[in-house]
Design a protein around this ligand. Structure first.
Ligand code: FES
Length: 139
């Protein structure tokens, strides 16, 4: 279960005020996920807004996080880092898709059987067209 090929990161690499991006495999597809450190562990969510699911919360350099909420910079939706619920914005009440992870001996491991760990950082397979839209960050 806690094997090197399922180790996502050391615990101290995962920020509390931003997110760490990883790429997972789901069958033949890649799926990005973001990790964030909580007061009592680590949460991992698929890196897709619930308003427009082609919009990524973490574009590769960490999502904006304030007061324990992960922001979508497209239309300003906020998601609670603890349970993934959209607390404000156009998809209020929707939930981010959770990826199961477990902290073990100072490291975070992927323990969700639906995914395999591909690599750290962004997916090479993500549609770059969504990166070209103007959003709050100006990128
Ligand atoms: S795409 Fe995220 S709030 Fe609209």
């Amino acid at each position: 279960m806690f094997t090197d090929d399922r180790k996502l990161a050391d615990l101290d690499e995962i920020p509390r005020d931003s997110t760490l991006l990883v790429t997972l495999r789901q069958g033949f597809d890649e799926q990005e996920a973001l990790l964030i450190q909580l007061a009592d562990g680590v949460a991992c969510w698929e890196n897709t807004c619930q308003h427009w699911t082609d919009v990524r919360l973490d574009k590769g350099s960490g999502a904006r996080v304030t007061d324990g909420e992960i922001w979508c910079q497209k239309h300003g939706a906020t998601f609670a880092a603890t349970d993934g619920e959209c607390t404000h914005g156009p998809c209020e009440g929707a939930y981010l898709t959770e990826v199961d992870v477990t902290v073990h001996e100072g490291a975070v491991y992927l323990t969700d059987d639906d995914y395999e760990f591909a690599h750290r950082g962004p997916s090479d397979d993500i549609d770059l067209s969504s990166r070209g839209r103007i959003d709050f960050s100006g990128t």
